[in-house]
Design a protein around this ligand. Sequence first.
Ligand code: G6P
Length: 621
Amino acid sequence: MCGIVGYVGVHDAIPILIRGLQKLEYRGYDSAGVTFLENDRLRVIKKKGRIKILDETLQELGYNTSPEHAQEGRICLGMGHTRWATHGAPSDENAHPHLSDQRHVCVIHNGIIENHLELKTFLVERGAHFVSETDSEVVAHLIEYHYLTNCNADIFSAVQAALLEIEGSYALVVLCTEHPDLLIAAKKDNPLIIGYGSDANYVASDIPALIEYTRDVLIVEDNEIAIIRKDSVHLFTVHGQVVERDSFRVDWDAEAAEKGGFEHFMMKEIFEEPTAVKATISSRIRANRIVLDGFPLDREKILRAPRIHFVACGTAYHAGCVGKNIVEKLCRIPVEVDVASEFRYKDPIITEDSIVIIISQSGETIDTLAAMREAKRRGALTISIVNVVGSSIARESDYVLYTAAGPEISVASTKAYLTQLSCIYLVAFEMANLIGTITTTEYEYYIREMIRIPDMISQMLEKQSEIQKFASEHFNAKSIFFIGRGLDYFLSMEASLKLKEISYIHSEAYPGGELKHGTIALIEKGTLVVCSLTQDRLMEKMISNISEVKARGAVVLGITMEDKQNAIRSCDETFTIPVIDPLLAPMLAVTPCQLFAYYMAVNKGCDVDKPRNLAKSVTVE
Ligand code: G6P
């Protein structure tokens, strides 16, 4: 996700900002910018593309960007930002920092302002001019509005007033031209830290940005605001009460710092799942209704479609498999799911009434892109579910629904899969509601269930050591089978892929009832079978399938809900997930499977983040 660096001190700010941004490059970004005060004059310089381009632009303008030549005194206050696009494509205008109309206020922001459209309307009616397509720009105008109208030019009160009106998530740093000695920082649901230096203080989204300068760090908590000067930091709640909290000493090395203290990006990304799911769904749920801006489907269009298609590769394909099951169940419309490399060559039955949903984390997978072009050529309406804003698939599809996973660095996809599922559920609920195949009561019930998911994932992550222990006992397995029925089968496909990708252990996913038609011949004493048991309707059948493999000597790990006692009894080991409507169970059951793959790979000493033979984004056929 986006990167933030701010500096207030005695040295040249620009080299420190550029260096800090470079240290955050691993988070992924598509544009970068800085702002600073030079003789009380505010400068904002921002560029689409790599930090190198920003650096060169600054040098062309005569600024020193090299830390070796940093001197005392000239430009001592500033902030920098790397942007990972969420609202509005990557461009110079959409890059941060964002300025208010009268240039009193400049902001950098990570997160999503959910009510930005309402706030923008309010501000435009009062004369504000917006120059970007971002949700973040609204924050600069809103703070300036309060600064000039009801806060008596008190910047702290103006930030406070703005925060009380903002809905959504933020890590925010604010520079006010009339206060050349301070930065104001605030946080809710997005990381923000303050670093204490000897002649300077720092603010950043992440430790690597400031580890070169200080290891004395304070973590800002949700709903707190800090006033940062070169020789002091004052922390308050959003309501103005003073907060006292000690800083702590960071003893990570620079590499560990990039991974947020986790050993691998994959683990860091699994731990980001609650935030990623929340960010994907919360801005699209209002007053217990799903709000998909500009959604191109209405009742007639859906009912006219002979079929709905999901097309994708790898993990995204597995999200599409879950999608097929969900959409067919809720909408009673036939759904086909295709691997993109097959779809494009199979002469697909697509008409002008077809709806094709394309899923891709990167938005650049060549097979998926080509499949989408083929669907468009045949006249279908294409809807994409994509993580990378402005990517080829996002640009070329008729409608794009962005997942808010943030950059995913580990090759094995984890949080992106969950955000893809999140979007699929929202689309399925919305379509079923539009065509009346679910009642309003059911629609509202599913939305309420969906909102509970991020906290439930957090609960499961707290007991990840159970999976760690199980993996430490079984990592020598030569072959592992994942079985399940209905949604549990589609989930098993993803669980099996994850294990293969990173631990190189052979594994297969099978529908529980199909094993006996051949594959059960491979089960022998000690064979590990991971069994997903979340579907009430199919529980008894699955328990029979467990008996079949146990009778042949298998060791069974069951993944089931806390209330499914029968299932728990029939497995050798169980990992329980919180109780949720079975329709949404894949959103919970996948996390333990990802953890299982992770610990199996770690125990085997594999290179978890960069598995052999694999690439994060496959742009060759
Ligand atoms: C590669 C990656 C997979 C990913 C697939 C599709 O094979 O290794 O992890 O699922 O591409 O990628 P996409 O970016 O289109 O979701």
